[in-house]
Design a protein around this ligand. Structure first.
Ligand code: ADP
Length: 169
């Protein structure tokens, strides 16, 4: 192994990075927007080293909210949740990075802000579960589905950020 030329190691590294690169869907809910937390939330993802590849603000219709939360349609709070999500502007984002799906959920914190750790977005910035300010995909399949629900392919931007070589080495 030691006899391998440096270039081979570099290629191997890049392949590892490419294989682990993921995208997740993150939304700032109407409460987060109204409370002036857009920049605060973007900052937390940005300074971690994740890359913003999609961003827009929109008021989802109730039908759209129901589609987004279809996995929760049997839950007692489903109707109220969809009313709330469609009640005002939502900031929809796609973030890219190694492990961003799982780590994004860690940055966000537990669903109920009373149980979210301090230092997480919900832990620091929210109090009750029905106003927990942010959504993040909970796995690779939901990330794929949610990204394609909220964004057209041409709305997502693939680019190299010059900081990546300092973030990933
Ligand atoms: P998460 O958003 O952390 O993935 P869930 O998928 O369990 O959590 O729930 C979706 C959303 O439904 C939560 O973010 C929250 O806004 C809302 N919700 C969850 N549980 C309750 C509840 N008991 N009462 C009201 N709203 C809830």
């Amino acid at each position: 192994l030691l006899a391998l030329p440096t270039a081979a190691f570099m290629l191997q590294d890049q392949e590892v990075h490419a294989a682990e690169m993921e995208r997740t869907f993150i939304a700032i809910k109407p409460d987060g927007v109204q409370r002036g937390l857009i920049s605060e939330i973007i900052t937390r993802f940005e300074r971690k080293g994740f890359k913003l590849v999609g961003l827009k603000i929109m008021v989802p219709s109730k039908g759209f909210a129901q589609q987004h939360y279809h996995g929760a349609k049997e839950r007692p709070f489903f109707n109220g949740l969809c009313d709330f999500i469609s009640s005002g502007p939502v900031v929809a984002m796609v973030w890219e990075g190694e492990g961003v799906i799982r780590y994004g959920r860690k940055l966000i914190g537990a669903t109920d802000p009373k149980k979210s750790e301090p230092g997480t977005i919900r832990g620091d910035l929210a109090v009750v579960v029905a106003r927990n300010i942010i959504h993040g995909s909970d796995g690779p399949e939901t990330a794929k589905d949610e990204i394609s629900l909220w964004f057209k392919p041409e709305e997502l931007v693939s680019y190299t950020n010059n900081a990546e070589k300092w973030i990933y080495g």
